[in-house]
Design a protein around this ligand. Sequence first.
Ligand code: SF4
Length: 122
Amino acid sequence: MSETTTIVCVVCPVSCAVQVEFEGNGIIRTDHNQCKLALEYVNDELFDPRRTLTTSLAVDGGAKPLVSVKTDHGIPKHRVMEAMQSLSGLHVQAPVHIGDVIVPNLIGTGADLVATRNVAAA
Ligand code: SF4
């Protein structure tokens, strides 16, 4: 038996509220999307939702106390809290450069956690 739900497409600023009818792991039809770009987004949101994790970590010996970091691609949404917990108490040694891999293969997701700002040594 099919189900329906509404997912806001965030692929562009129009933010269409896409009505989706689906069954099992397949989309039957969509409505209220202004273009086809919504189809891949809606499919991912329904069956494999992912999020880019962004946070800050403490820096030891740096000119600034924190460095911002993010995953280099989305990780499964249901594992974001587990990933955040794995970073609890983690300190990074200065200097840090944008793009430095801070944690490779974060909790086995295949995503690397990378620095998004420079922090010079103090
Ligand atoms: S469906 Fe198309 S127009 Fe609407 S938000 Fe998504 S990308 Fe933009």
